[in-house]
Ligand binder design. Structure first.
Ligand code: 6GU
Length: 250
């Protein structure tokens, strides 16, 4: 998978060299390129923003630098053999970023990220590129960040770990909170490892029992309890058919 990021803070993306995403790059599974938007500024002050039409606070990122940047990043990518680009625009006014969307993005060969600072990018930019490729305007939650760069890190990590060969164990994300499947829409309960006792605290007996059926039942109960405590909205939305009789008793 190829990723391009166009930003006024290239160093903000340095963590893409580290950990899981860094390993995926080193292993040749991810080709990440970060570009400084100011390369495409048109004046000697490297201006990339201006005051909003219609008034109001803050600044809007200009069409010119973004259009030139995206045109060149796309042209270079095509020249280097990339294909099937999608534009990802992190913005608090985007659609919610979910595990389902992470899976969809992980199936694309090429993602171009356009994180905005200030009040956002001139609306003509997304309108223009939407005529050429899918455009995903995405929010990572109901709060406001100073810019989309942190969201690029979040989205990239969620997507990279889904790429074949990135996680050591292909089963590792089967039981993820929010993964589609048996534990769909439930949060994962607590986990334990050695030693069997720590500061007077033991490990739930059932986990040492070797009874796979009872262990699965216990994990399911813990997941339900944690979901009810932290995300009652997920229980509310849950399809009753996804709950068995035992679930309804807990
Ligand atoms: Cl993607 N960008 C900004 N600036 N704020 C956000 C966000 C994105 N998602 C939630 N808040």
């Amino acid at each position: 998978m190829r990723l391009d990021v166009v930003t006024i803070f290239p160093e903000y993306l340095d963590p893409l060299h580290v950990s899981l995403v860094g390993k995926a790059r080193a292993g040749g599974l991810l080709d990440v390129r970060v570009h400084d938007l100011r390369q495409w500024a048109r004046d000697r002050h490297n201006t990339v923003d201006d005051t909003p039409y219609g008034g109001g606070p803050g600044m809007v990122m200009k069409t010119g630098p973004w259009g030139d940047a995206l045109d060149q990043v796309l042209a270079d990518g095509y020249e280097q053999g990339a294909h099937g680009p999608a534009l990802v625009v992190p913005t608090p006014s985007g659609r919610p970023f979910t595990q389902t969307l992470a899976v969809e993005l992980s199936e694309r060969p090429w993602l171009v990220f356009a994180p905005a600072r200030y009040e956002g990018i001139d609306g003509r930019v997304t309108a223009e590129y939407a005529t050429r490729m899918p455009v995903y305007e995405v929010s990572i939650g109901d709060y406001v960040l100073a810019g989309g760069e942190a969201a690029v890190l979040v989205i990239t990590e969620a997507v990279a770990r889904l790429l074949p060969g990135v996680l050591g164990n292909a089963e590792s994300h089967r039981d993820d909170s929010f993964a589609p499947g048996a534990m769909a829409d439930l949060l994962e309960g607590p986990v334990f490892t050695k030693p069997p006792e720590w500061r007077g605290r033991g490990v739930p007996e059932v986990l040492l029992s070797g009874h796979h059926g009872r262990i699965a039942r216990w994990r399911r109960d813990e997941a339900l309890a944690r979901t009810a405590a932290h995300r009652p909205d997920l229980i509310e939305r849950c399809d009753p058919a996804a709950l068995d009789k035992k679930d309804r008793e807990t």
